[in-house]
Design a protein around this ligand. Structure first.
Ligand SMILES: C[S@@+](CC[C@H](N)C(=O)[O-])C[C@H]1O[C@@H](n2cnc3c(N)ncnc32)[C@H](O)[C@@H]1O
Length: 226
């Protein structure tokens, strides 16, 4: 059997399981430990080096075109893979995640930056950012919007902690049936938005120069300026 057949079979089996197990306690716990609030061995193992997210990190960094003197914040930072890449450019960064295990993993994955205090990683909720107004030049959010119960509240917080003229970019998945099937077991717990819906939410939080688009039919990028 060809690899494509295995892949298609795998996606169909996971999608079938998603339908059968939908929103059971087991299902919620599975989504939490693997993605929504990663914890334990499974969560740590994936986010230690999330190869499946490399492309999304590249899209975001490309869009943001970071400059070395900019202060960068990654909300819902997972194991800190995006922060590692941003710190190759910027001299100061911060990260936030509500999973204690992800905060530790981000610190372990960026030991020098933590030791030399140019990376500040905190545990907290994206809807109540523990930083003062106008702290950052750039804020990013990768692969997490679909788990946020109140995205506009989060966008308001991002807007608050950005300096005037600061940039915000997020990357999520496009709202499409095939994408939902692709996400299998995770899909029922994810909320995806049309480009128009995401544009409206970013504008509602105050952002200008809003852009929402898909670079490849799979990912969706949202962007705005304070
Ligand atoms: C799918 S993972 C993505 C992690 C990382 N951004 C990446 O792309 O590899 C989603 C992350 O968002 C975090 N998260 C979800 N909801 C959150 C919230 N309300 N506040 C802070 N972090 C949250 C989870 O703990 C998890 O680490």
């Amino acid at each position: 059997m060809k690899i494509q057949h295995w892949l298609i079979g795998g996606v169909l089996i996971t999608a079938g399981m998603a339908v059968l197990l939908k929103e059971s306690k087991w299902h919620r716990q599975f989504v939490d430990v693997t993605a929504r609030k990663p914890a334990g061995r499974a969560g740590r193992r994936f986010y230690k080096d999330p190869k499946g997210h490399y492309r999304s990190f590249a899209y975001l960094l490309d869009k943001l075109a970071l400059q070395p003197d900019e202060h960068f914040l990654d909300i819902c930072c997972g194991g800190g893979g995006l922060l590692t890449r941003a710190l190759r450019i910027v001299h100061y960064a911060a990260g936030l995640d509500h999973s204690a295990d992800m905060v530790i993993l981000t610190q372990e994955n960026n030991p020098q930056a933590v030791a030399e205090k140019y990376l500040d990683v905190r545990q907290g909720d994206a809807g109540a950012l523990p930083w003062a107004d106008a702290t950052f030049d750039v804020v990013a959010n990768a692969n997490a919007l679909f788990f946020l119960p109140a995205p506009v509240k989060v966008f308001h917080e991002v807007y608050r902690v950005l300096k005037p003229g600061g940039r915000f970019a997020l990357i999520t998945a496009v709202k499409h049936k095939l994408v939902e099937i692709f996400f299998g077991l995770w899909s029922p717990m994810m909320t995806l938005y049309t480009d128009d819906e995401l544009t409206a939410m970013l504008r509602e939080a105050g952002f200008s120069d809003v852009e929402v688009y898909s670079p490849d039919g799979m990912y969706q990028i949202g962007y705005g300026v304070k």
